[in-house]
Ligand binder design. Structure first.
Ligand SMILES: Nc1ncnc2c1ncn2[C@@H]1O[C@H](COP(=O)(O)OP(=O)(O)OP(=O)(O)O)[C@@H](O)[C@H]1O
Ligand SMILES: [Mg+2]
Length: 304
């Protein structure tokens, strides 16, 4: 990595040829990407692809085997407290379970940062106002996850790492979370998000990278990733000879022609535009990574 890209003021994260091996197993196998300041970047991939490993290296929690990383202009391996105070983190498995109340926990963390967000506002933003005086250990799983999110944003971070933040959220809570993230984006926060909810990635992401087996298999704007061919609309209909489907860039024309030919209503007509999930599944299948190891690290291992 050149000095100029590492210190580029428009770039929040630079990763070059990043490798992480555990013995003979390679969890991250030479990935490179950049995240611009103010951008929301979604890191997508199957279980065991290497997403959390990558994020934990960038957070400074895990050492790397080789390659380079720069986060807010510093190498996470060598960065100190001031650097850490500029970051927000929602780990995949923090699972706050303390004896203190939601409000006490957030107030405690808020005092660690120079310009924290207002505690009551943050509690409201994650939908926990009614639970503010409840001990964290008495919260439901989804409510605890909301505490994790609140703790991630309380310090008004420049760069926010979100590792599967909405796992366990009910649909309404997920929508509220999206609103919170949109407001952080408006404030200029840079976000690195992993999620298995592809609709969430499509809603929030500006760009996405898809990793499988520790390798980056595609990267690009969320509405362009996978290439134009994978986005071609699909028209489906039925007639006396059975069910038909055809990919076409001009679905209106096709439907008009079919209508002219049959002269009536087309049975079972659907015009489908591939979703990010469809495109993602196509990418991962063609990378042959459906056998990716289904596992994630325990807290003891994370410390390794
Ligand atoms: N401490 C460790 N020791 C050995 N192998 C590990 C360790 N931590 C992670 N791995 C392995 O590295 C690979 C990548 O794991 P990682 O947690 O980064 O995946 P992920 O993409 O976050 O998956 P998920 O979607 O399940 O969270 C997995 O095969 C995992 O078993
Ligand atoms: Mg993970």
């Amino acid at each position: 990595m050149t000095e100029s890209s590492a210190s580029n003021r428009d770039t929040a994260v630079v990763v070059r040829d990043l490798v992480k091996s555990y013995g003979h197993a390679t969890a991250v196998d030479g990935i490179s990407f950049e995240i611009r300041r103010g951008e929301t970047f979604a890191l997508l991939g199957p279980n065991g692809a290497g997403k959390s490993t990558t994020i934990e290296i960038l957070e400074g929690y895990r050492d790397r085997t080789s390659g380079e990383a720069s986060v807010l202009g510093q190498d996470p391996r060598a960065a100190g407290r001031d650097w850490r105070a500029r970051l927000g983190m929602v780990l995949q498995s923090s699972g706050e379970s303390g004896n203190v109340t939601v409000r006490e926990q957030l107030s405690h963390f808020a005092r660690m940062y120079p310009h924290p967000r207002d505690v009551e506002e943050t509690i409201a933003a994650v939908g926990l106002t009614e639970k503010a005086s409840t001990r964290i250990k008495a919260l439901s799983g989804g409510q605890r996850r909301r505490v994790d999110v609140a703790l991630g944003v309380i310090g008004r971070p420049e760069l926010l790492f979100l590792d599967e933040p909405t796992t366990g959220f009910d649909p309404e809570a997920r929508r509220e979370f999206w609103e919170l993230i949109r407001s952080l984006k408006r404030e200029g926060t840079t976000i690195l998000l992993t999620t298995h909810y592809l609709d969430e990635a499509a809603q929030l992401g500006d760009r996405a990278g898809v990793i499988a087996g520790g390798r980056l298999i595609d990267i690009g704007a969320v509405d362009e990733i996978g290439g134009a061919a994978a986005r071609t609309p699909l028209v489906r209909w039925s007639d006396a000879s059975g069910r038909h489907e055809q990919r076409t860039e001009t679905p209106t024309e096709l439907v008009a022609r079919l209508h002219a030919e049959t002269g009536g209503e087309l049975h079972g007509l659907e015009v489908v535009r591939p979703s990010l999930e469809d495109i993602y599944l196509g990418l991962v299948a063609s990378a042959g990574s459906s056998d990716a190891v289904r596992t994630s690290a325990s807290p003891e291992e994370v410390a390794a």
